[in-house]
Design a protein around this ligand. Structure first.
Ligand code: NAD
Length: 333
C-alpha cells in the first residue's frame, strides 16, 4: 500500500522532501498546499499533481472530501504547525509534522489530543531516527557493547544569514537556534543515552542583540541529567559554522558522529573502528518507513510519534525556564 501524501508549505525543506520522495517505494507525493499560487504550476508539472489535489491555506479543510490523499506533511514555519496539524486531523487525514512539532509542550499536547480524537496518526519528521549509522550506535549501546553509558555531548549549530527570515521571528519560530537546531541535541541526547532526562541546567549567551531579538536565542549551552547518573552537555547556536557533532561515552567504549545530523552522509566511528553503513537519502527512508508505521503499525527503533515530539518540547520548555531563572529545573512526567 502506498502512502499518498500532500505537502503543506512549498519552501526549501519541502523541495528536498519532494525530491527524496521520488525514490520512495511506499510513499508518493500526490498533493500540495500553498499560499503562493505561482508555485503550483511547476510543482504540478514536476510531480504530475492534478488540480483537484491542490489547496491553499483557506480551503485545505476540504481535503476531507478527497479520497486520494492519506496524509498531509506540514513543512511550514514552526509557529503554524499547531493550528495546521489540528485542521488536518479534523479533516480526517494523518498528520506528519516537521520538527519542532509545536512551539511548546502545551501546543504538543493539543496536537496529540486532536489527532487522537480524530483517530489519525501524528508523526514528527525526525529523519535521524531512520539513519543507519545512528541506528548502529543505538544497537551497540542496547547490546551493552559500550558498557554503562556515562556521558553524551551534542554540538549543533550553524551561522544564520538573512536577519529578516522567519527563523529569527519569535512568533513564527518560537525561539531561536534551540527550536531549530538545538532540538537535534535534545533529541539526540535521548536516543543516544537511551533514557529520559530528570533535570536540566542551561546558560544563554548573546553577542548580537540586534539580530537576535528578545525571545530569540543565539547560543544556549545546556546540561541534562539522567536517572542512571549519565549526564549530557550540549551546545545550540546560530553563530558558529561546522558544529554538527555527537559523542557518546560508556565504560567499555565510545561512539562519535561528525556530521551527526546533517543531510548526510553521516560519518562516525566507535572504539571498534569506523562506521561505514551506506548513505541513503534520509527523507526517502523516512517516508517509506512512515508509510509502514501508518499502514502496518510498524514500531520503529526510535519512535517518531507525537509523544516523542512532546518529550523534546517539554525539555526545551525546561531549558528556556532554566535560562530565565538561572536555576536547575527538575523534569517530571
Ligand atoms: P522555508 O522558509 O524554506 O519554507 C517555509 C514555507 O512556508 C515557505 O514556502 C513559505 O512560503 C511558507 N509559509 C506559509 N505561511 C508562512 C508564513 N506565515 N510566514 C512565512 N512562511 C510561510 O523554511 P524551511 O527551511 O522549509 O522550514 C520549514 C519547516 O521545516 C520548519 O518547521 C523547519 O524546522 C523544518 N525543517 C526541518 C528540517 C529537517 O531536516 N527535518 C530541515 C529544514 C527545515
Amino acid at each position: 500500500k502506498i502512502l499518498r501524501v500532500a505537502i503543506m508549505g512549498l519552501g526549501s525543506y519541502a523541495t528536498r522532501v519532494a525530491e527524496a520522495m521520488e525514490s520512495c517505494t511506499k510513499a508518493k507525493l500526490v498533493g500540495i498546499i500553498s499560499g503562493t499560487p505561482s508555485k503550483f504550476e511547476s510543482w504540478q508539472r514536476k510531480y504530475d499533481i492534478p488540480d483537484k489535489n491542490c489547496y491553499n491555506y483557506d480551503n485545505f479543510d476540504r481535503i476531507r472530501n478527497n479520497p486520494d490523499i492519506d496524509a498531509v506533511y506540514i513543512i511550514t514555519p514552526n509557529g503554524l504547525h499547531r493550528d495546521q496539524a489540528i485542521r488536518v486531523a479534523q479533516a480526517g487525514k494523518h498528520v506528519i509534522c516537521e520538527k519542532p512539532m509545536g512551539l511548546n509542550a502545551k501546543e504538543g499536547e493539543e496536537m496529540i489530543a486532536a489527532c487522537k480524537s480524530a483517530n489519525v496518526k501524528l508523526l514528527v519528521g525526525y529523519r535521524m531516527h531512520f539513519e543507519a549509522n545512528t541506528l548502529e550506535i543505538i544497537r551497540m549501546r542496547k547490546e551493552g557493547e559500550l558498557g554503562k553509558i556515562m556521558f553524551f555531548q551534542g554540538l549543533c549549530g550553524f551561522k544564520i544569514g538573512d536577519p529578516s527570515q522567519w527563523r529569527l521571528n519569535r512568533q513564527l519560530a518560537g525561539g531561536g537556534a534551540m527550536m531549530d537546531i538545538g532540538i537535534y541535541a535534545v533529541n539526540g541526547s535521548r536516543y543516544m543515552v537511551g533514557e529520559e532526562p530528570i533535570w536540566v541546567t542551561a546558560q544563554e549567551t548573546k553577542t548580537d542583540p540586534v539580530k537576535f531579538k528578545e525571545g530569540v536565542d543565539e547560543t544556549i549551552q545546556f546540561q541534562l541529567g539522567f536517572p542512571s547518573g549519565a549526564v549530557a552537555s550540549c551546545l545550540s547556536t546560530y553563530s558558529m559554522n561546522n558544529l554538527d557533532r555527537f559523542f557518546l561515552n560508556g565504560e567499555k567504549g565510545f561512539a562519535e558522529l561528525q556530521p551527526s545530523t546533517g543531510y548526510g552522509p553521516i560519518k562516525g566511528r566507535t572504539n571498534k573502528g569506523p562506521l561505514e553503513l551506506p548513505h541513503i537519502t534520509h527523507q526517502t527512508v523516512q517516508m517509506d518507513e512512515m508509510s509502514e508505521i501508518i499502514f502496518e503499525n510498524k514500531i520503529p527503533t526510535v519512535p517518531v510519534d507525537g509523544e516523542e515530539g512532546l518529550k523534546d518540547l517539554k525539555i526545551i520548555d525546561a531549558i528556556y525556564l532554566a535560562v530565565q531563572t538561572g536555576q536547575k529545573v527538575e523534569l517530571k512526567d
